[in-house]
Design a protein around this ligand. Structure first.
Ligand code: ADP
Ligand code: MG
Ligand code: MG
Ligand code: MG
Ligand code: MG
Ligand code: MG
Length: 661
């Protein structure tokens, strides 16, 4: 999660005079990158995943389970005690927003189709993390969200409110859950201060027989004279109300980064991934609950969007929550006339295709998107590297956001070698896909540093490494297919329909109950229409399904099958872990068909069929405890309570129980 600069982060008011400095120099840094790296060509298709874990404490004495912040030193400990082993196993650990979170990645990227290497690497990460925590009651689990995050007794802080919580001012999340590196509390406070109010998230509550009409955990408090009055007007009937950055950035996800041979291909891969994002978000759904309530949604995305939404009421085209509130939030008084309406949070679905290929036409970018005109004009006309309109628009859109954390020591940078100011803007524009430019030393001759990369960010993290490896390999094959058949695959869908799909993807069990906009064909030379399809059709239709059009096609090209991916079940052939790949693909296919539950469906079903569930949408401590025990068994492939067969079905479940890595 971003860069952990050492130094003194400026509080919001002190950072304001430097905002334009950061933007102005950020653009210059970008221009130097473009000049240095635009002609680079020939990078191999390398890639890597990121998995975020939550540390859970299964407390024997209390017979319960809570998030654990007490082991936030585990990353340093891993480095000190097991540094050499981590390097040998090709894994790295990184801090994340929550003190109870750890991110882990392969240290060096995979090269090409990696199949079970991905899962082995994931297993090594879990093993090392588990080893460092062996003497404790704490276990790392890759859950997207903890069901009781923000409820009473959800974390192992002895006195959660001992320091009150001046950073987030939340009614529910103590500041002590935030990573103690100064960047994170400052980011939290500065989002709130720029917005001028606490962040505000309302997720539709799942309505059961005895569900109350209101989230009855909302109350007025008297610690902070403004923020404590905001919650009652901010919370909506029939919704789960959340009021802090941690509810969003405290969720986990599965991200994948791919290198492209050159910038044109990076743009093409980026654009082709945009329509895939809502589809893969829906299929990986793993968040049916928030703050102790079952939700009518199944995914985390909009919660994070709300959790980091630093827009002022004016920018959101809204009225302040309180009669004495300000339309312009924390914007400097002389600057209010320069602000513009921003229709989405800085955490959101992609807004603009990048273009730069024969399939693109400007009408595909058919949604209204604000841009920073100064940045746009500078990118188009400059003496360093004039940029084409579509790429300029993308970056000029990122620059409508202000830098949120500026470090005093990093104000002065060398624009022809540093990237800090650019990264400041780039790394706090969180969209479903990220276009990652290289650094200024990534010249065509210097292939030892990474080149142009694209990051696929929508997916929810799954409990078990097999599932995460399945999603990773599936998306990898889509990307390899795009690269291999770039002249024949036109994946563009008008942007407004991608936005609509994003809303559809949030709905409970959207995989089985909703239709998504999808093209009726991908081949290059014919114009195709977009229609509504089931998820099953989107994955399996002969003419326009992901399996026939992408997966089968690339596997045939590679010579691994004659016709269909399901030939991989036959163990002949020179692809290592060929059968494992079959089961990865089968998992994705069976979930898309609705024959296997998504994570979210499984977790939701567990709650509503629990003996203690009172048909009131509430997740009690007992239910959460049993749910986490089941999650632990799924993680460890422990079928003692039959979870593995229920979760993976008989065929994949039996395969997993009989075939270790
Ligand atoms: P961020 O948090 O900025 O998205 P991370 O460093 O946490 O970035 O993760 C990036 C992922 O990209 C990791 O899985 C890493 O192995 C992978 N990666 C590193 N170098 C390359 C490269 N040259 N091409 C593709 N992927 C890479
Ligand atoms: Mg992360
Ligand atoms: Mg990362
Ligand atoms: Mg990051
Ligand atoms: Mg990432
Ligand atoms: Mg946006």
């Amino acid at each position: 999660m971003g860069l952990l600069t050492v130094g003194t982060p400026l509080p919001w008011e002190d950072s304001r005079p430097h905002i334009e400095h950061v933007k102005r120099n950020g653009v210059e840094q970008l221009l130097h990158v473009l000049r240095a790296a635009y002609e680079r060509n020939g990078d191999p298709l390398m890639w890597g995943d990121e998995i975020e874990y939550m540390l859970y404490r299964f407390r024997k004495a209390q017979n319960d389970v809570v998030l654990s912040v007490e082991h936030d030193g585990v990353i340093e400990e891993l480095e000190e005690k097991y540094g050499a082993t981590c390097a040998e196993c090709n894994v790295s650990f990184h801090p994340e927003y929550g003190r109870y979170m750890v991110e882990a990645t392969p240290r060096r990227p995979y090269r090409g189709l990696a199949v079970a290497e991905v899962e082995r690497n994931m297993a090594a990460r879990r093993h090392l993390l588990g080893m460092a925590l062996a003497q404790t009651e704490v276990v790392p689990l890759s859950t997207t969200v903890f069901a009781r995050m923000g409820c009473e007794d959800f974390v192992d802080l002895p006195e959660p409110w001992a320091h009150k919580n001046s950073v987030s001012r939340s009614l529910y999340l103590p500041d002590e859950i935030i990573n103690r590196h100064t960047r994170f509390p400052t980011l939290t406070a500065n989002i709130r201060l720029r917005r001028g109010e606490k962040v505000c998230i309302n997720v539709p509550m799942f309505k059961d027989e005895h569900t109350p009409a209101h989230d009855d955990t909302v109350y007025e408090r008297a610690w902070f004279s403004q923020e404590d009055r905001e919650s009652l007007p901010a919370s909506r009937p029939g919704h789960i109300y959340m009021d802090s950055m941690g509810f969003g950035m405290g969720c986990s996800c599965l991200q994948l980064t791919f290198s492209a041979p050159n910038v044109t291909m990076a743009r093409y891969i980026y654009d082709s991934m945009v329509p895939l994002s809502p589809i893969m978000l829906a299929l990986s759904a793993a968040s049916p609950f928030f703050k102790g309530w079952l939700a009518e949604h199944d995914v985390r995305w909009n919660v994070i969007a709300g959790a980091v939404d630093d827009r002022t009421p004016y920018e959101r085209n809204a009225v302040p929550l309180l009669p004495d509130g300000s339309l312009y939030g924390g914007i400097e008084s002389g600057k209010t006339s320069e602000t513009q309406r921003l229709i989405k949070s800085r955490y959101s679905v992609v807004d603009l295709y990048l273009g730069g290929n024969k399939f693109f036409s400007p009408e595909l970018n058919n949604v209204p998107v604000a841009i920073n005109n100064t940045v746009y004009n500078r990118l188009l006309e400059n003496e360093i590297f004039p940029v084409d309109e579509n790429l300029a628009r993308h970056f000029a859109h990122l620059f409508v956001r202000d830098p949120l954390v500026i470090f005093n020591e990093s104000l002065d940078q060398y624009n022809d070698s540093d990237m800090g100011h650019f990264e400041n803007i780039q790394s706090t524009n969180w969209q479903t896909v990220r276009f990652k430019p290289p650094t200024q030393d990534a010249t065509p001759g210097n292939m030892s540093v990474p080149g142009w990369r694209v990051e696929f960010r929508p997916m929810e993290v799954q409990l078990n490494d097999f599932e995460n490896a399945a999603f990773a390999n599936f998306v990898y094959l889509l990307v390899e297919c795009m690269v291999e058949f770039k002249d024949d695959i036109n994946a563009y869908v008008p942007m407004n329909l991608v936005w609509e799909n994003m809303d559809i993807a949030h709905q409970r069990d959207s995989v089985n109950r909703r239709l998504f906009y999808w093209k009726n064909g991908f081949s290059s030379d014919i114009e195709y229409d977009t229609e509504l399809y089931t998820m099953d059709e989107i994955f399996h239709n002969k003419e326009n399904g992901l399996f026939p059009q992408f997966i089968d096609r690339i596997l045939r090209r590679k010579g691994y099958v004659k016709k269909h991916w399901n030939e991989l079940i036959n163990s002949s052939g020179d692809l290592p872990d060929r059968r494992r790949l079959y089961y990865y693909l089968k998992l994705v296919s069976d979930r898309a068909k609705g024959e296997l539950p998504t994570s979210a469906s499984y977790l939701r079903h567990f709650v509503v069929t629990h003996p203690e569930y009172a048909r009131d949408s509430r997740i009690s401590k007992r239910i959460a405890h049993d749910l986490m025990q089941s999650s632990l068994r799924i993680t460890n492939l422990d079928n003692s309570a039959d979870d593995i067969i229920r979760y993976f079905g008989l065929e994949i479940g039996s395969y997993l129980l009989e075939n270790g890595l």
